[in-house]
Design a protein around this ligand. Structure first.
Ligand code: SAH
Ligand code: SF4
Ligand code: F3S
Length: 475
């Protein structure tokens, strides 16, 4: 495998305006990575297109977390094969690249199953993308899935002010990658490798660049973001809490968030940051997966349901209005009715503002897939439906509890209907407002008149209610 550092394509090699279409699957880290790959490709003369059929390069940034997510990629590659043939008939070449977690997990197998793929590139080697494409241009089939020794972030080009501004007033910022927790159901430690924290100075530099380009809200990302650790300017060890205190000092960066956290890494410093920092939004995604101690042990989560509840209590003492979100898996091998009921009781005890829940999907190479006692699909479906009903009721109750209250809202985009704008509440809900409430980038205070589906409606938002009943608000 090549050990080449990031190669920029020289102007003479630039093929004028070659177009790239990037499609992103999976978590926010993939969204961030796609932007960074877009930045790297821009230095190589590629411009982004929204239309796949116009693209000289189609790049799929993939997710391997559940079987369905991985299979989606192969059906997409089937469609791309047809499109590539149509373009070839018009005398146009189309390169196809697969990046992300499927690339890392399946490597060369992807090319065996989908021979139209020219390049397979794993998440640790994105800085080698321009070089890999040059090799593809020379007729090579390239598979880049080695864990790179060089720091990817040091070698990826930084986005310019114009590119950052074009992406809006909220931004993702990856501060940590990889995972050492090895939950028995999860592929992430295998697809993203060991836990690595970006250095404080590198993160502060990127955050300042975001703020300078007009970003008002940054969400720090990591597979285990609260395992982030580094050193402050004086060389003292700090955790994510310390990083948040430092970021809160940056002028213009009004709002901070982070995701996703593991309960075992919620330390005192981080909980204190929730108490002390008005910039840190009162919203926390803290997955527990199950409420049964037997299942938590089999999942290798290394905490009990009670540990989690006690932790929630400490967090709520520090920040009483915090909105909690979580992830749940139903039907992990060995999950009995009693185990499932324990999960339902935990959900009732916590009261979530939002949540994501999934049927267990056995993943090749993970210890969970080898466990006895796989649960029938019909039982999984029934449990998931009950669990989601409960979570939906809690979400609705949370939204309704905000009606009549004043909330600070970051205006982030135009609404779907004329005369409306949309922003984000501190609790991450979309808020539909009248366009006179403010302009994109403003943090405004509005009174909440109603709650529909996943959104809130501000007092004065004309015709918002009828606009919402037809479908989701967020574009
Ligand atoms: N790092 C995060 C989670 C990353 S994966 C954490 O530790 O919480 C996002 C979510 O996908 C997980 O929280 C879990 O609920 C779900 N998930 C992961 N592997 C899964 C599998 N094999 N089957 C079903 N859901 C899974
Ligand atoms: Fe996966 Fe567990 Fe790591 Fe989260 S903590 S990424 S669920 S192994
Ligand atoms: Fe999926 Fe990889 Fe994210 S498996 S959830 S894209 S870390």
């Amino acid at each position: 495998m090549s050990d080449t550092r990031q190669a920029t394509i020289s102007p003479t090699e630039r093929a004028g305006s070659r177009k790239v279409f990037i499609k992103t699957y999976g978590c926010q880290m993939n969204v961030y990575d796609s932007q960074r790959m877009g930045d790297a490709l821009a230095t190589g003369g590629y411009v982004a297109t929204e239309a796949m059929e116009d693209a000289d390069l189609v790049l799929l940034n993939t997710c391997h977390i559940r079987e369905k997510a991985a299979e989606k990629i192969y059906s997409e590659l089937g469609r791309i094969r047809v499109m590539k043939a149509e373009r070839a008939a018009m005398g146009k070449d189309t390169r196809v690249a697969v990046a992300g977690c499927v690339a890392q997990a399946e490597g060369r197998e992807i090319i065996a199953r989908a021979p139209i793929v020219d390049l397979v590139i794993g998440p640790q080697t994105y800085h080698r993308l321009p070089d890999a494409l040059l090799r593809v241009d020379k007729g090579e089939r390239v598979v880049e899935t080695d864990y790179a020794v060089e720091d990817k972030f040091e070698h990826l080009p930084k986005a310019g002010k114009r590119e950052i501004s074009a992406r809006g007033v909220t931004a993702f910022l990856t501060v940590q990658e990889g995972c050492d927790k090895f939950c028995t159901f999860c592929v992430v430690p295998y697809t993203r490798g060991a836990e690595v924290s970006r250095p404080l100075a590198q993160i502060l530099d990127e955050a300042r660049r975001l703020a300078d380009a007009g970003v008002r809200e940054a969400t720090l990302l990591g597979q285990n973001v609260n395992a982030w650790h580094g050193e402050d300017a004086a060389g003292r060890p700090i955790g994510l809490g310390g990083l948040l205190y430092a970021l809160a000092e940056i002028p213009g960066l009004d709002r901070l968030r982070y995701t996703t956290s593991h309960p075992r890494d919620m330390d005192d410093e981080l909980i204190a940051a929730h108490r002390d920092l008005p910039e840190l939004m009162p919203y926390l995604h803290l997955p527990v997966q199950s409420g049964s101690d037997t299942i938590l042990k089999a999942m290798n989560r290394r905490h009990t349901g009670d540990d989690y509840l006690r932790l929630i209590e400490r967090i709520r003492t520090a920040r009483p209005d915090i909105a909690l979100s979580g992830d749940f898996i139903v039907g992990f091998p060995g999950e009995s009715d009693k185990d499932f009921e324990a999960t339902m009781r935990l959900i009732e005890a916590v009261g979530y503002a939002s949540a994501f829940s999934f049927k267990y999907s056995p993943r090749p190479g993970t210890p969970g897939a080898e466990l006895p006692g796989h649960v029938d699909e019909a039982v999984k479906a029934e449990r998931l439906a009950r669990l989601q009903d409960l979570l939906r009721c809690q979400q609705q109750a949370f939204s309704e509890s905000l009606v009549g209250k004043s909330l600070s809202v970051l205006v982030d985009k135009p609404g779907r209907r004329p005369g409306q704008i949309v922003g984000r509440s501190p609790y991450l809900q979309p808020v539909v407002m009248d366009e006179n409430a403010g302009t994109v980038g403003d943090v405004v205070t509005v009174e909440i008149a109603g709650a529909v589906a996943n959104s809130l409606i501000a007092v004065g938002a004309s015709d918002a209610r009828s606009a919402l009943t037809g479908g989701p608000v967020a574009a």
